[in-house]
Design a protein around this ligand. Structure first.
Ligand SMILES: [Zn+2]
Ligand SMILES: [Zn+2]
Length: 210
């Protein structure tokens, strides 16, 4: 399994290209923009992209969506509770962002426990509401793509549509902190980290007994 981070779009969101090297099949997570360079990588590696997965519906994570879907004919997957956001440029905030209004119809609706298979790999969906209603994390082997739920040293903001601080903390504590300390996390913004490092040093988490 290969996991590549591309800083995509005007807001430099972390877009991840994750693929099975053996079968050359993969997924793209959160293409915030820069569809051209993402496509160049996909073509260079001769990958078949099965799904474009969105950790949530916010505008900074979806700027490259239309172009990539057209070029790759991949299915767009999002949690059921963020579908309304994906369809509405005001709710997903793209109408106020530099890339302009993005409104997209998903092809695949995700829920807690949904499994996305690509090549010999699989990604499991964990529903982690709090930053948005339908925020998800994706578990692939000992890696977790955390979107805007958990960052290295911080957590997602909770002041936007569908956000709620207590719900976000509950998601992080109950759904993410149960993974082993060595589990790597790959957030939607900023650097990667591990579950263990966040338990130790994340100011939102380090007063909690595990
Ligand atoms: Zn967000
Ligand atoms: Zn974001």
């Amino acid at each position: 399994m290969k996991l590549i981070r591309v800083q995509a779009g005007v807001y430099a969101v972390n877009c991840y290209i994750i693929y099975c090297e053996d079968k050359k099949e993969g997924i793209i997570v959160d293409p915030g923009g820069d569809a051209d360079s993402i496509l160049e990588f996909v073509r260079e590696k001769d990958l078949k992209i099965k799904y474009i997965v969105l950790t949530h519906g916010h505008g900074d994570h979806i700027g490259g969506l239309k172009e990539l879907k057209e070029a790759l004919n991949a299915k767009i997957a999002i949690h059921e509770d963020d579908v309304e956001m994906l369809r509405d440029g005001d709710k997903n905030l793209s109408s106020k962002m530099l890339m302009g209004r993005v409104e997209v119809e998903p092809d695949l609706i995700l829920k807690e426990g949904s499994i996305l298979e690509f090549g010999n790999e699989k990604a499991e969906v964990i529903h982690t509401p709090g930053h948005t209603l339908g925020g998800i994390c994706l578990v692939i082997q000992d890696n977790i793509i955390t979107g805007d739920t958990l960052f290295a040293g911080s957590i997602g903001r909770t002041d936007l549509y569908g956000g709620d601080f207590d719900t976000l903390m509950k998601s992080i504590k109950e759904k993410l902190m149960k993974y082993p300390d060595a589990t790597k996390i790959f957030p939607g913004h900023g650097s990667p980290s591990t579950i263990g490092r966040e338990k130790q040093s994340n100011p939102f988490l380090n007063n909690i007994q595990y």
